[in-house]
Design a protein around this ligand. Structure first.
Ligand SMILES: NC(=O)c1ccc[n+]([C@@H]2O[C@H](COP(=O)([O-])OP(=O)(O)OC[C@H]3O[C@@H](n4cnc5c(N)ncnc54)[C@H](OP(=O)(O)O)[C@@H]3O)[C@@H](O)[C@H]2O)c1
Length: 428
């Protein structure tokens, strides 16, 4: 039997994820000792508030992160700090790496913002670095992407990556709730935080998209190049009308590798037969389109404390088993030539428009002439509810680039037409 190696671990954060991770470490100590000859010891845990009651007791808690980050006995830091403290989290993980410690990360935000720089530091310091848990939660998508697809490229990734927004959309779709009512329900059931802004404005999905792009298309992309359409920009009427057309609206991430990497993050109409349309409530889906394998779908709980902690524990054991950062990051290091990121500008798809017009002769002619002037076909025009002297109208148009969309919106507004929603279809 090989010699048992003692590993002292520092955990940053003991919220829902940190507590689960600690519990998995404690419950699996004997097994890991037997299988991997590693004796895991949690030397200390950093928290903000030492007086908060904790489910797991008997740990050495500290409210001074440096105590762990500068402790020469600690060789691995597991970061499970709340998203609110991005700058602090960044400072702590860089400090750990510079002090020669391996790092296991949970914060997709810090990774999306500073991952490229951080990976450089990891290589300089020859430490371990695990961050598979930052995307997919219980869906082991990073591990699949690292181990498979050696003989092919992934050219398109479609995902529902934000559980909160998907839960909200599902309740709007199935129960006819407004966005605000569905959000309230999500908060009551613990699917949304008190401050849900990062989830509903699309940023949480954006951070995950950046990490997923690294794993699937081997490219670090720059967050400043992205545009996100907030998931909150739809209402119950859009859900209802989409359904009448045979579609569901989903909070979608689409990443395509063309000459540049092209993104779209926001609400999207998906055909009811598509796997994304049937992914409901707090579930996530990731659909990969490989050059040889074709379409592959991965479905499961993309967040949640237990799935995330379980993925972090895998990262921890992987890091402890690999010898150096080059080996550990071999997949991420074989980066393709850097692709430019072109957000919505290059993304063209057929569009759904919900507008309100005055109920008078000539209004439809106005709309048709604006579209024709901009070289856009109106595929369908459907008159909806009437409210006094105004009527709701749904238009389906051919694909339009972002600049033309804004020109059309300006022209329609000049004609006293209210634009309520403009939502792309996933496919032509
Ligand atoms: N929850 C999920 O489903 C999930 C899924 C994937 C990834 N993640 C990531 O996992 C990380 C931890 O999430 P969580 O849900 O476990 O968070 P959480 O429940 O809010 O816990 C955060 C922990 O960090 C500590 N902390 C220290 N400094 C902080 C600061 N400046 N701001 C906020 N917290 C601070 C808190 O201390 P106190 O306990 O003393 O307050 C707490 O122990 C985040 O990066 C999140 O993005 C979470």
């Amino acid at each position: 039997m090989s010699e048992i190696k003692k590993v002292k671990i520092g955990v940053l954060g003991m919220g829902v994820v940190g507590e689960e991770l600690i519990s998995i470490i404690l419950n699996n100590r004997d097994k890991i000792r037997r299988q991997y000859s590693l004796d895991l010891e949690i030397k200390g845990v950093f928290v903000r508030n030492l007086d908060k009651p904790r489910r797991i007791t008997g740990l050495n808690l500290t409210d001074n992160a440096e105590e762990l980050l500068d402790d020469p006995e600690i060789s691995v830091i597991c970061e499970c700090i709340g998203g609110a403290g991005t700058e602090k989290t960044r400072e702590y993980v860089f400090r750990a790496v510079n002090n020669g410690k391996s790092v296991i990360m949970s914060s997709k935000k810090v990774l999306a913002l500073y991952g490229k720089e951080l990976m450089q530091k990891v290589l300089e310091n020859k430490v371990g670095f695990g961050f598979d848990a930052t995307v997919g939660g219980g869906i082991p998508i990073a591990k699949i992407l690292k181990n498979c697809f050696k003989g092919e490229g992934i050219n398109r990734v479609i995902g529902i990556l934000n559980a909160t927004s998907n839960f909200i959309y599902t309740r709007m779709d199935k129960d006819g709730l407004s966005f605000e009512e569905a959000l309230k329900k999500a908060q009551e059931l613990g699917y949304a935080e008190n401050d849900p802004s990062e989830d509903i404005n699309g940023y949480d999905a954006l951070y995950k998209a950046i990490v997923l792009t690294l794993f699937s298309m081997k490219t670090w992309t720059d967050i400043r190049k992205y545009a996100v359409v907030p998931f909150s920009q739809i209402n119950a009427a859009d859900m209802k009308y989409a359904k009448e057309l045979g579609y569901h609206i989903k909070p979608l991430v689409v990443v395509e590798k063309k000459k540049s990497i092209v993104y779209r993050i926001g609400p999207c109409l998906v055909k009811e037969s598509n796997i994304a349309a049937t992914t409901n409530d707090n579930f996530n889906v990731i659909v990969l389109e490989g050059t040889n394998t074709g379409v592959l779908g991965f479905y499961g709980q993309g967040a949640g404390s237990k799935p995330t902690a379980s993925a972090m524990f895998d990262d921890l054991i992987n890091v402890l088993n690999k010898k150096d950062s080059d080996e550990l990051l071999s997949h991420e290091l074989q980066l393709d030539e850097i692709h430019d990121v072109n957000s919505l500008e290059e993304y063209k798809n057929n569009l759904y428009w919900r507008i309100t017009v005055e109920n008078r002769v000539g209004m439809f002619a106005n709309i048709a002439s604006t579209m024709a002037k901009n070289n856009i076909n109106i595929e369908r025009i459907i008159q909806k509810d009437e409210e006094g002297d105004r009527i709701g109208v749904v238009l389906l148009t051919s694909s339009i680039d972002t600049e033309t969309i804004s020109n059309i919106i300006d022209e329609l507004k000049e004609n006293n037409i209210i634009i309520n929603a403009v939502i792309p279809f996933l496919d032509e």
